[in-house]
Design a protein around this ligand. Sequence first.
Ligand SMILES: Nc1ncnc2c1ncn2[C@@H]1O[C@H](COP(=O)(O)OP(=O)(O)O)[C@@H](O)[C@H]1O
Ligand SMILES: [Mg+2]
Length: 235
Amino acid sequence: MEYVELKLEELPYEINEEMKLLRTNLQFCGADKKVICVTSAVASEGKSTTVLNLCRSLTEQNKRVLLIDADLRKSVLRKSIILGKLRFGLSHLLTGQCSLDDVTCRTNVKGLTIIFSLVTPPNPSEILSSKQMEELLRAARGSFDYVIVDTPPLGMVVDAAVIAHHCDGAIMLISAGEVSYRAAQDVEHKLRNTGCPVLGVVLNKVDRKKSGKYYGRYYGKYYDKYYEEEPHAKR
Ligand SMILES: Nc1ncnc2c1ncn2[C@@H]1O[C@H](COP(=O)(O)OP(=O)(O)O)[C@@H](O)[C@H]1O
Ligand SMILES: [Mg+2]
């Protein structure tokens, strides 16, 4: 097992409170909701940020948490490592190039273990739908209180649906004013089609000063070069 140190900023009071609320809501979903994926419609809505904050919040209650960075196309999490070096990532594990022990990292957050995404494979959706991914989630379920899986946006690539199929529940994250009702609904349908219950929705990036009204900013980034679907991806 590796050890990495993450650069962590103290969360502002409001965000910390919201994370506690999210944690509590998750815990009230039931003891059988242990393997959870988080997805959204488009890129940069705040999935990775929220996943890490939620994991930190869960560890504050002495939970053992595994964070799996399953965004094999655009991983931001590994950029927060300030100490320690990664030799292997999730794609190595799923293609049999290393063991589970090689890929799991202890961190400077007590109780938090992370599997990072390191190398972008040519076929992310395919390796995420592999038997190895299913086995990883099954093994993790036995060793951790929570397994939180960060995924790419479901409005752009199919990866999150492939993962959700093996999860106990999914959290949809929607960035306020950036995503249309239709796009959000589309993500929900795709999640439901996997058979994975949608546990709830996190409305992110809410402008509290303007809350109560809809201040739609133009969001021109529905397209992101990282999330070009490979032509042979399963649907
Ligand atoms: N609630 C928030 N308020 C302001 N900025 C945010 C919020 N959540 C995330 N961000 C910022 O948005 C950007 C994208 O976040 P990230 O978590 O990487 O999104 P995703 O994983 O959905 O692509 C980052 O710069 C992050 O700091
Ligand atoms: Mg992300």
